[in-house]
Write a protein that binds this ligand. Structure first.
Ligand SMILES: [Zn+2]
Length: 82
């Protein structure tokens, strides 16, 4: 698996959407590639913080949840670089 593929599959990986073989090759790449490993670690940390904020936000009256969630998690973008 290439770094680019890892990047592309990152979200699916965290959401548990990868097929077993795919996940294995994803993890294989991580064990070989310090850069991607660091990226996954950073992502995991960000997601943890995001979840905490999301939880705290649930206790508040729903004024503008959509916007806040988008601000925290970001809008999913598919950027294609040739
Ligand atoms: Zn890599």
């Amino acid at each position: 698996m290439t770094c680019r593929a890892v990047n592309k599959l990152l979200m699916d990986f965290f959401q548990g959407k990868l097929a077993q073989a795919q996940r294995r090759s994803f993890q294989d790449h991580l064990s070989d590639c310090a850069e991607c490993k660091a990226m996954v670690r950073a992502h995991r940390k960000t997601m943890r913080i995001g979840k905490r904020v999301f939880k705290a936000h649930k206790a508040l009256p729903p004024t503008q949840p959509e916007e806040m969630i988008r601000a925290i998690f970001g809008t999913p973008k598919v950027t294609k670089r040739a």
